[in-house]
Write a protein that binds this ligand. Structure first.
Ligand code: PEP
Length: 247
């Protein structure tokens, strides 16, 4: 596993070309912050432009369709995203699971399609507040992971897992570093069960209300290999605050 923390910004449905200046500023700063691996997942409409503006950081997508192509109006295949300049895609984000009814089976197909197309896949998992309150957080995440992880020869080398408790996304609330460490330990054990020794090398990111002010604490939890950042990745200033905290 690369021991450089991996900090990925998810711009969600934010950004027109006016936001390319932020990508440029992040890219320029990344040149000096070589201890951290930085990536951005802008909306699909900006992937190509971000790739051209930013030479150093990774550029990825937020989703892909599991099929290579066909009659799927409005969807985008993994190969198309790669062609536009994406090196990875997020799959199974909780907003897609909730807004589009995405199942673990579909998330797995998407991850496999991304890897087949030559990209990395960031597979997101995370419990709801009800799951946590009911003492079912670990079981929920375990089930999601088991059914969402890609299979295949290239899977372990190209997958990243993001643990994102749904109740922490965009809310300003976060788990304690101890809670994160417990969950990451379980995820690690499951990765080793599925992929053998290769599972030790897979990075596990934490996501959910990571900000410059809490990044040091959250990133120092055991087995946190980086962060998936939503709101705080929308300006270069706040995203760089997190990147600097990770360095
Ligand atoms: C996310 O959407 O992946 C996320 C972690 O969002 P936020 O940082 O805004 O909580």
């Amino acid at each position: 596993m690369s021991n450089r923390p991996y900090i990925v910004g998810n711009w969600k449905m934010h950004g027109t070309r006016a936001m390319l200046a932020e990508a440029r500023a992040i890219d320029r700063a990344a040149e000096r912050l070589i201890k951290v691996e930085v990536a951005l997942a802008p909306p699909s409409t900006l992937i190509h432009a971000c790739r051209k503006e930013a030479n150093l950081i990774g550029i990825g997508a937020q989703d892909c369709h599991p099929a290579d192509g066909g009659a799927h109006t409005g969807d985008i295949s993994a190969a198309m995203l790669k062609d536009a300049g994406a090196g990875f895609t997020i799959v199974g984000h909780s907003e897609r699971r909730a807004d589009h009814g995405e199942t673990n089976v579909l998330v797995k197909q998407k991850a496999e399609a991304a890897i087949e197309a030559g990209m990395g896949a960031i597979v997101c998992v995370g419990e709801t507040e009800e799951d946590r309150d009911a003492g079912k957080a670990e079981a929920t995440v375990g089930e999601q992971l088991k059914a969402s992880l890609p299979e295949g020869e290239a899977a372990a080398a190209n997958v990243t897992v993001a643990y994102e408790p749904v109740w922490a996304i965009g809310t300003g609330r976060t788990p304690t570093p101890e809670d994160i460490a417990i969950m990451h330990r379980n995820i690690r054990a499951q990765l080793v069960e599925v992929y053998g020794e290769a599972g030790q090398e897979i990075r596990i990111l934490y996501g959910g209300s990571v900000k410059p002010e809490n990044a040091v604490e959250l990133l120092s939890a055991d087995d946190v290999g980086g962060a998936l950042v939503g709101g705080a990745s929308l300006t270069a200033e706040s995203f760089l605050g997190i990147i600097i905290a990770a360095a």
